[in-house]
Structures are given as C-alpha cells and as structure tokens.
Design a protein around this ligand. Structure first.
Ligand SMILES: *[C@@H]1O[C@H](CO)[C@@H](O)[C@H](O)[C@H]1NC(C)=O
Length: 186
C-alpha cells in the first residue's frame, strides 16, 4: 500500500495554485491562470487568444481578477467601435454587390446598437450588477453572429468581416467567463 503522504503533495499543490490564482497573484500569472480556467470552462475560448488579448491591454499586468473583467469588457467596446468604423468605410466603396451591401448595412446597425449596450455593461459591472452585465454582454455577443450569418445565407458570398466578427465573439466569451469567476470569487 502506498503511504498516505504521497496523496498530499498534489492536493496541496492544487490548493495553493487555486489560492494563488484568484486570491493574490496579479499580472502575467493571473492572466495565464484565468485564461486556463476560462478555456477549460468554455470551448469557445482559445487559451492563446485569451492570454494575448489580455496581455496586450494597457495596465493588465497590474490588474486584479476584477480588473481583468473590466479590461475584457473594454476590449469589446474598442473592437465594436473599430468594426463599426470599418463597416462604414466598406459601405462607401463603389460597385459593391447589392447583397453584400445589404448585409453590411445590417451589420452596421447591429454594431451600432451594440455600442450603447456594452457601455451599459461597463456600468453594470462597475456596480457589481453581474446579472445585468451578463445579459448585456450576451446581447452584444449576438451582433457578430447575426452579422456573419447574413453573409452565409447566399452562396458564393464571402464575408469581409469574418475575422472581426470572430474576435468580437471570442472577446465576449472571455468577458462572460472572467465575470463568472469574479462573481464566484468575491
Ligand atoms: C480587438 O481585439 C483584438 C483581440 O484582442 C485586438 O488584437 C485588437 O487590437 C482589438 N482592436 C481594437 C481596436 O482595440
């Protein structure tokens, strides 16, 4: 029979990792641990996308878990604003296929509506109204999906927004997942 003590190192390692993750560590370590947990919890979240997005954000190195939540919501906001601007520019192009033009107009509306919603989500998150923030971010998450689906409905049409839609979708998944951790960790 194995000595009982051999069971303890893994357990204590696990416990200390857990406490280190959510109760003290900041910066690189916190981002990596948070993204590890998020990508395990949600198959939509890719670990590399999560870490590179959060690491590239200003001040993320010094952020707490709660701070990372806000950083991820802010990233969505920047991306929404940037994509909205990009769609406007695409719509100005001459000789646009009428079907593509219609899709782009729908996307412009979806992204335009998502911007005030993400601002509300920031307010909700700041006020620790996680239930409201969850609904708001989930609704923002529909914008890239609905936008992308429009292009898919006609054969032969290529969406010029696939990459941007994917980024907005993934950032929203990250924000929802981080927020879930924040909610459960104080
Ligand atoms: C949108 O998010 C991606 C992924 O995190 C990031 O690389 C990009 O810089 C963001 N765009 C803006 C305008 O913030």
């Amino acid at each position: 029979m194995k000595p009982l003590s051999s069971f303890f190192p893994p357990l204590s390692l696990f416990l200390s990792l857990f406490f280190l993750t959510f109760h003290g560590s900041t910066g690189q370590n916190l981002i990596e641990n948070t993204c590890k947990t998020c990508s395990k919890d949600d198959p939509n979240i890719k670990y590399d996308f999560c870490t590179s997005s959060l690491q590239a954000a200003p001040a993320s190195e010094c952020a707490s878990l709660r701070g990372l939540g806000m950083i991820s919501i802010r990233l969505i906001r920047y991306n929404l604003t940037d994509t909205r601007c990009h769609v406007k520019k695409l719509l100005k192009e001459k000789n646009l296929d009428p079907y593509v033009k219609r899709c782009l107009k729908d996307c412009l509306e979806l992204y335009s509506d998502a911007i005030p919603t993400i601002k509300l989500a920031m307010k909700s998150y700041n006020a620790k109204k996680y239930y409201d923030a969850n609904i708001q971010i989930s609704s923002v998450m529909d914008a890239p999906t609905t936008c992308e689906d429009g292009f898919k409905e006609k054969e032969g049409v290529v969406s010029p927004l696939t990459k941007r839609n994917d980024i907005t979708f993934q950032l929203s998944a990250v924000a929802l997942s981080v927020m879930n951790l924040v909610k459960n960790n104080g």
